[in-house]
Design a protein. Sequence first.
Length: 241
Amino acid sequence: MTVHDSAAVSSRGGGGPLYIGGITPFSTVDWPGRLACVAFLAGCPWRCPYCQNHILQARDAATLGAEELFSFLEARRGLLDGVVFSGGEPLAQEDVIGAAQHARELGFAVGLHTCGAFPARLRAILPSVDWVGLDVKAPWDAYDRVTLAPGTGPLARASLDAVLEADVDMEARTTWHPALLSQDDIAAIGRDLAARGVRTWAVQAYRHTGTDGSLPNETVFPSDMPAGVADLFEHFEFRRA
Ligand code: SF4
């Protein structure tokens, strides 16, 4: 069965075709505190040079469709807390909204990883989502430096507004490569998030493995964090991926 064949028979639950690059059956790290499977949806409009899933930036990287995902989920009812839609950028596919609703109907909690590129779709899916991991990649006016795409800061800021207004459980996460973000940038991001009411922030040290290799193999350490910024959050974590 090709992806497109599977997509054609995959409209259960009101969802349309999905283009999925892979499924991780069990994960305890993609949704902190939950045992979840992760569906990696193919396609992303941005081109962050630190992308760990750059193979999935193209939709034609998909090898699975919604039929396979929901067959997998139906076989694991009661064994998993939830499903995380990740990517790529899952909201690049409008049909992920119906898929999240259907996963809920099957009894799964729904998590979402998003870069914030599609704020209108994010607003539409939030009623079917229990937790969001939202990338905050840079100070809003410096966003394109990281995404290598034009006009991205206002989209990401609108996405953060949508998540905060929906009052859904969320984690903001920032990947830090020293060539892309300075210590002052990290401090500015942290202060802005705290002022907006974000309570959980994770700073993720750049990891070279799995990227396209376009950035120098340099990283940051907990001691590089600007003083006092982590204290602005109820929950802060410095992650060494
Ligand atoms: S937004 Fe995410 S998936 Fe898209 S290029 Fe950036 S890191 Fe990769």
